[in-house]
Design a binder for this molecule. Structure first.
Ligand code: B16
Ligand code: MG
Length: 210
């Protein structure tokens, strides 16, 4: 029986995958680096700068820190522009239902996202009200698979990692949860990952695990 659940945002509560893809694709095209959905999958749960490093590696390209900052900023501007089309309707009914039920049971909930845009996404989708805390890319220095984002999330909830489960769609996120001593639950892409403590096909199955 856990007292808290920390949710990854992108790929678990909502999906902005295609928006990340379109924004990175425009940067990769400019650089002449071949970039498709397979390459985009490598960026799941990975921070913005680490994502750019992966793309540059794919193209065997080395750039200065200043050039990289400029590219990452351009990618983010494009992504934030695309995010503006988000509305509360994009959130699946079962996501809201699961979050409400957890609250009714007295279980604390937090978001644990690598994204620096997490709070904007939660606002645009009207998801803020379901969470007791948000730990995101703005309060960490190390990205998943480092457990920092989840450790901060547990701290914000006033709970220990052993008292919390983490729900994640990224392999890097499951590794982060395991490294932090959390009960890791894989969903989506991570539902096939054998290092997850539990694997679910639908978010509502969480209610039977917690
Ligand atoms: P930003 P999550 C992650 O969100 C995304 O999965 C990943 O693709 C993205 O690069 C990362 O956030 C950083 O996002 O550029 O908005 O700071 O899955 O950890 O909620
Ligand atoms: Mg994710």
């Amino acid at each position: 029986m856990k007292q808290g659940v920390i949710f990854d945002l992108d790929g678990v509560l909502i999906s902005t995958d295609e928006m990340h893809y379109r924004a990175w694709k425009s940067i990769a095209d400019e650089l002449g680096i071949p970039f498709g959905h397979t390459e985009n999958n490598l960026l799941r749960g990975v921070s913005r700068m680490a994502s750019l490093d992966i793309i540059l590696n794919l193209g065997n390209m080395v750039l200065s820190d200043q050039e990289k900052e400029a590219l990452a900023e351009r990618k983010n501007n494009r992504y934030v522009e695309l995010l503006q089309s988000l509305t509360p309707d994009v959130v699946a009914g079962e996501v809201r239902e699961t979050l409400s039920r957890l609250h009714k049971r007295g279980i604390k909930t937090a978001v644990g996202s690598s994204s620096k845009n997490a709070k904007l996404i939660l606002k645009l989708t009207d998801l803020e009200k379901y969470f007791d805390a948000v730990s995101d890319g703005t309060n960490i220095t190390r990205s998943k698979p480092d457990p920092e984002v989840f450790l901060k999330g547990a701290e914000f909830l006033g709970l220990t990692p052993g008292e919390c489960a983490v729900t994640e769609d990224a392999v890097a996120g499951i590794d982060a949860a395991n490294a932090g001593g959390f009960y890791s639950i894989g969903i989506g892409d991570a539902a096939a990952y054998d290092k997850a403590d539990a694997r679910i096909g639908n978010i509502s199955e969480l209610l039977d695990l917690i």
